[in-house]
Every structure is written in structure tokens, then in C-alpha cells.
Design a protein around this ligand. Sequence first.
Ligand code: TLP
Length: 344
Amino acid sequence: MHKISDFRSDTVTRPTEQMRKAMAEAIVGDDVLGDDPTVQELESMSSDLMHKEAALYVPSGTMGNSIAVNVWTRELDEVIVEAKAHIYNMESTSITFISRVNPRPLPSNRGAMDPSEVERNIKKPSVHLPRTSLICVENSHNGWGGAVVPMENLKAIREVADRHDVKIHYDGARVFNASQATGIPVDEYAVIGDSIMFCLSKGLSAPVGSILIGPQIFIDQARRVRKALGGGMRQVGILAAAGIVALNEMVSRLGEDHKRAKRLAMEIHDLPGINLNPAHVETDIIIFGFDHPELSTDEFIIKLKERDVLALATTAKDIRFVTHKDVDDEDVERTIAVIREILL
Ligand code: TLP
């Protein structure tokens, strides 16, 4: 009997045995009072890794991004975001809800915004116009099917930001995937952002948690905002212990996920109803357009589920599969066979 092959997200990954052991044995303190040694170890490992001054353990990527926007902006400001960015589309309007700033979405080429368009959208503040205080970049880019935004593009946007004294927040939920795909070390990506957030709970398989990293003065304020949002956690070294294992053990295996995503994409891209360029599958995410003469997107998802394959419809016309450590080669081969059976 096969198991359920769950491709909905890399967030579904279960903690490893090593993580569970580390969690059981974690030395803890009260992190809101600032004395949980395991959280401190995870935070200093993270800031060292990214070559920045300080880091803050937060419950989720959404909270990390929300805090960053809040610290870098004030009311009446504007934030430039890429039109399909997670921070703009998938975080329940946190930019406006929490920080009451105006998002300015810009189009892109697979996540890479045109630097001159970015520059054109930096406002000269006036009584009519908001001040542009922040640009958000995302890499790898979830909404663009795990696309890796080219480093030259990110550097050009950094130059624009520097010319106009605007900050950059880097949503690096999957920066380790980008780094595995390109061979560029994560700290080189981190240089692009004044702050960067990465997730421990996606491909890296920790049960909970993300890290926000930046200058000490930014993190000091971020810590206060985290508390205000209810994100101060007490003996949370229990969870941070799994994060330490994630950073030590799980980064180097992400390439396996990318290979499996590529294999799946290569085998299904030319089936009826699927609109997918396998060359666009660069990391662990596959997003394809679905337009079948007999099956709606929802019907296709249901047929997959009846065969113990889980995927997500991200829009009425798009479907997402994500590979991760809990779907192995056998899951991928079985899923290819299931998709062929449904569509042919
Ligand atoms: N993405 C989740 C869902 O929200 C869609 C997923 O399954 O991929 N930035 C990026 C680029 C993300 O992909 C996500 C999560 C987040 C931020 C937010 O992280 P969490 O879920 O920890 O709040």
C-alpha cells in the first residue's frame, strides 16, 4: 500500500527524528525575558550565516515579513512590491492591515522587476504623494513557480534603492533553495536586503519558525513589534532546537527536491490540459496552467486526491506541486503515472 503523496507545499514536511530528539533535549529559558539559550544559539547562527548584525526568531514567515515592513516604514508611506509577491498576495493584506502603508505592485519578468520601472515608481513625496520607503524582493519566487531571480537584477535594484535612500526587505522564505540552485552563497543574497527573512519550516523541515535578520537597531525594534503582535514565545527553545538541526542538516539536501520537481515537470508538461515549460522549473515548485476540455481545475484536484495525490489549485486556472523531503522518487513516479491515467 502506498502512502499519500502530498505535493501541496514544502510546508507539510514533518520534523526528522534528529529534530525530535533535539527538541526533547533542548535547554530552554524564557525567550521574552531574553534568556533562552537555544533561541539565542539559533539567532546567532542565523545572523552569522547571513553576515548581518542580529536575528530574531519569529513564529512564521508572515510575521517576519510583517514586522520588517512595520519597522522600515511609517504611516502614509508606500512599499514597492512585485505583483505576484507573497507579501502582497498571500499574507491577508498584512502590509495595509498591520502597517497601514500603501503597496505599489509592479510587473516583472518571472519575479525580476525592471530596475528602471522600480526607480520610476519611487515617489518624490509631497502633500499628495506617499514617501516610498521600502522595496520588497522575493527569491526564490513562490508565485512564479519557484523562479530564481537573477543576481544582476537584484544588484541593480539594490543600486536604485541606494540612490534614493530606500530600504530593501528580502523575502527569503526559500533563499536556501535559490542558493542551492545557483551555487551563490546565501550571504551574497542577504547583502541585497537591509533585512532578510527565511523560513525553517518549509524545505528545511522544522515544524515551526522563521528568522528575521538585519542591523541590531532594526532587530531591537523588531523584537518590540513581535511582542506587540503576540509573537513573543516563552520556552521556545524547544522549537528553536529543531531550527538548529534544520540549518545544520537539511540545507544540502534541497537539491534532491529540485531534481524531483524537474523530473515531474519533464514527464507531465506535454499532457493534455497542462501548460508548463519545464525549463521554468528551477527549484522545488511547479506551477502550471490547467485548461482541459473535460476537466475543471477542481475536478482534476479531486481525481488526484481520490488516487492519494495532493496538489493545490492556486487560482481557478493554475495548479501547484511542490517537492520536499517527504515525497521520494517512488511518490514522484507514482504521481506521474496517476496524472497520465487521469489526463490521457
Ligand atoms: N508560503 C506558503 C503559503 O502561504 C502559500 C506555501 O505553501 O508556499 N514568503 C513566501 C515566499 C512564502 O512562500 C511563504 C509561505 C511565506 C512568506 C509565509 O510563511 P509562513 O507560512 O510561515 O507564514
